[in-house]
Design a binder for this molecule. Structure first.
Ligand code: GDP
Length: 427
């Protein structure tokens, strides 16, 4: 974790998201001075269990649950102000002190009602299987240079111009989709006028604030959302999210230099899951599929959608290790596999008799793919109480050690249950 050399750490998901980053991030956040989200929006759903209480946070870094930790939402995030204030209000109700510890980048773009409308009515969003929260359309507006940024709330006349232009664009899209819904610039501006007095006091030059904190020796955690295979550039395009989830995105989306990052921790499940459409070469067949889904409680934190599950895919995680420059791995949910007789690990893809060990950019290369598997005997006993590697059954250690070798990154942590103390590798 943090030591004298590693002061700024990025945590990324190294599969398709939902790797259990929430718990890892939370455990690291407790030891951090700053926790920063750098991409995504309210489509991320971290579940954090503290004692008997559980919190689902969509936008605010889970570091907020630890007194004294400063939390920031970076410029790379598209911010849903309505949801943000719901989250803040809920935290306050739960007795969490948010005041003066939460910052929002003045450069971050806002997700507004018309983005959600466009997302909900677009058939393309349905094909990709988006969460319908307007994230994609907000990033589209950002790149097309018609987005509304937090800073714009300081300038009402200019804000009105931007919103009118963006609403016109949204309505043109809605017309094209054959939808009867229409966005209204006046209503949007009224909403922003209502939100501004709460949002502007949180606005900050987040990159500068982190830079200053780093100079004073602060421990900084940059928290990724979703997973590497959902990265807009490096993921299974077009079945991806609209931002750079990988560690390169951490520098851009927090507003710091790539050279200011000391370590990158990749979180992976001991098996594989993904939500929505797109390739998942190691997907289970029934009845194993339903069995593992139930054992791992693989239903989305934000949407409740059932996740697709499969064997650990070494090709995917090795790729993620390379793209992110992973300096360590955190393997989660090992306990979910406790009762299985046999475990499979994918070491390559057999496509028409030729075996590939690098993940392809051209997804048609995965048509008719047959994963090449290595088989491991199950350990058939509970790992829930293991706190050291040596507490794990030999079979589990053999399984993990093969993963480490395949992925070419050392395992730093192994999580064996939902509770925060159920983790191997904590100092
Ligand atoms: P995230 O977005 O990557 O944090 O993933 P989720 O919020 O969907 O979290 C995954 C779920 O898995 C949460 O309900 C966690 O409590 C749970 N979880 C995390 N680590 C473990 C683990 O080691 N074992 C088990 N059984 N559950 C875990």
């Amino acid at each position: 974790m943090f030591d004298s050399k590693r002061r700024t750490i990025v945590v990324v998901g190294a599969q398709w998201g939902d790797e259990g980053k929430g718990k890892l991030v939370d455990v690291i956040a407790e030891r951090a001075d700053w926790v920063v989200r750098y991409q995504g929006g309210a489509n991320a759903g971290h579940t954090v269990h503290i004692g008997e209480r559980s919190f689902v946070l969509h936008q605010i870094p889970s570091g907020i649950l630890h007194p004294g930790v400063r939390c920031a939402i970076g410029n790379g995030v598209v911010l849903d102000p309505d949801t943000l204030f719901d989250e803040i209000d809920e935290l306050i109700q739960d007795g969490v002190d948010v005041e003066g510890r939460l910052y929002v980048s003045d450069r971050s773009h806002l997700v507004l009602p018309y983005h959600k409308m466009v997302d909900g009515e677009s058939s393309a969003s349905k094909v990709i299987g988006t969460t319908g929260r307007g994230i994609g359309p907000a990033y589209e507006d950002k790149v097309a240079r018609r987005g509304v940024r937090v800073v714009d709330l300081r300038h009402p006349a200019r804000l009105a111009e931007i919103v009118e232009q963006a609403v016109d664009h949204a309505n043109a899209q809605l017309t094209r989709f054959g939808s009867a819904k229409r966005a209204d610039a006046g209503e949007t501006l009224a909403l922003l006028e209502r939100l501004a007095p709460r949002l502007l006091p949180l606005a900050e030059d987040v990159g500068l604030a982190i830079h200053r904190a780093q100079r004073s020796g602060a421990a900084v955690l940059l928290e990724g959302a979703q997973g590497s295979l959902l990265d807009i550039d490096h993921g299974t395009y077009p079945f991806v999210t609209s931002s750079n989830t990988t560690s390169g995105g951490a520098a851009i989306g927090a507003g710091i230099a790539p050279t200011a990052i000391d370590a990158v921790l990749g979180v992976v499940k001991a098996y594989t899951t993904r939500v929505g459409n797109g390739p998942l070469p190691t997907e289970f067949e029934e009845p194993l599929h339903s069995q593992v889904r139930a054992l791992g409680n693989e239903f989305g934190a934000t949407t409740g959608r059932a996740r697709r599950c499969g064997w650990f895919d070494g090709v995917v995680v090795r790729y993620a290790a390379r793209i992110n420059g992973l300096t360590g791995l955190a393997v989660t949910k090992l306990d979910v596999l406790d009762t299985l007789d046999e475990l499979l690990v994918c070491t390559g893809y057999d496509v028409k008799g030729e075996v590939f060990t690098e993940f392809p950019g051209d997804l048609t290369a995965l048509d008719g793919v047959r994963p090449v598997y290595e088989r491991f005997p199950g350990w058939k006993r509970s790992t829930a109480d293991a706190r050291e590697m040596t507490d794990l059954p030999n079979e589990a250690r053999a399984y993990l050690s093969r993963i480490e070798e395949l992925v070419e990154a050392p395992i730093a942590y192994v999580s064996v249950g939902t509770r925060r103390d159920q983790i191997i590798g904590l100092e």
